[in-house]
Design a protein around this ligand. Sequence first.
Ligand code: ZN
Length: 333
Amino acid sequence: MPSPTYFEQIPDDLLREITKDMSLPDIAAIASLAPNLPRDTIHSRLKALLASQHLDPEGFLEKMAETNTVLSGSGALEIILPGTCTPGDLDFYCPRDEGQTLSFYLEANGFNKYDYGGSSTKRRSEDVDDDEEHYDNRNGINSVIRLRHDAHGSKIHIIESVSLSPLVPVFFFHSTVVMNFVSATAAVCFYPELTFRHQGLLNFSCSGADRKNRTAVQKYKERGFEIHEFCTALHSHAGLQGIGDPYPQESCSALNRRTDDLFGLKVPHTATYGSTVIRPRVAWRLGYRTFEVKRAEHRFDAVVTVNAEPQPVKYSNTQETEHLIRFPGYDPT
Ligand SMILES: [Zn+2]
């Protein structure tokens, strides 16, 4: 048995104080000094967040594991980057057809379903606390179940994906700053380089969701995030062969990413073997615009591909996943 490291000799309550506001990469970095610390820190943050909304942490974590459900939105961001926002309602993303299982569990544990009243326009103007207000029948969402705690009024949203992967809606979010999740076994940030520098990329949408996305982006800007509309603000595309040719960094909008690529940061918060494995595997490319050809704007919608059997399934908000908009007066000849 190796002798305990200096870090491991620090009393527990002091360790908790030290790690209280640490971001996910900092926690991951001290794993070599105190192997259990990252795991324990994330796990206790998740349990505290669940308890704050009057969920039984152990029971609900078990349901999350059973149904492959993940916490995303502001709740997940607050776990990986404390101090970013005050999570109110919690948004859980589950695979297609798992919403009922979670809803039954919550209804048996003090929560009641409620309908969101009013028109969608009214909803948009009033529901200001919804961080991921993409609750249209688009953006990878099959349905939304809203529940409120009987006695305490805390709200839980169960957002059912159109896919077997609970993550499809996550890749249609307004920007990369919210492309994080916490599952029953791991905390994952897909854009760590950007997110932990309080930066992000806009996930451009050709569809009507774009205006709504911009409202959400504005909220994150007010919280101190710099959200770039074009990745060329971060790097040059000089020397690339053509439009859409990706710059090989996580910060490029044109890059095709995968949930098992090397850019994402995954920190397990349980001791389970394979706890950071994401199943099924998902590939995605952000929505973006470029102006690299003279007087022509190229628009690309977000595309998400789930590695499902018997063949991969592709999701996008538009039939075409690529548009070429020509400005008036542009003559291609
Ligand atoms: Zn780029």
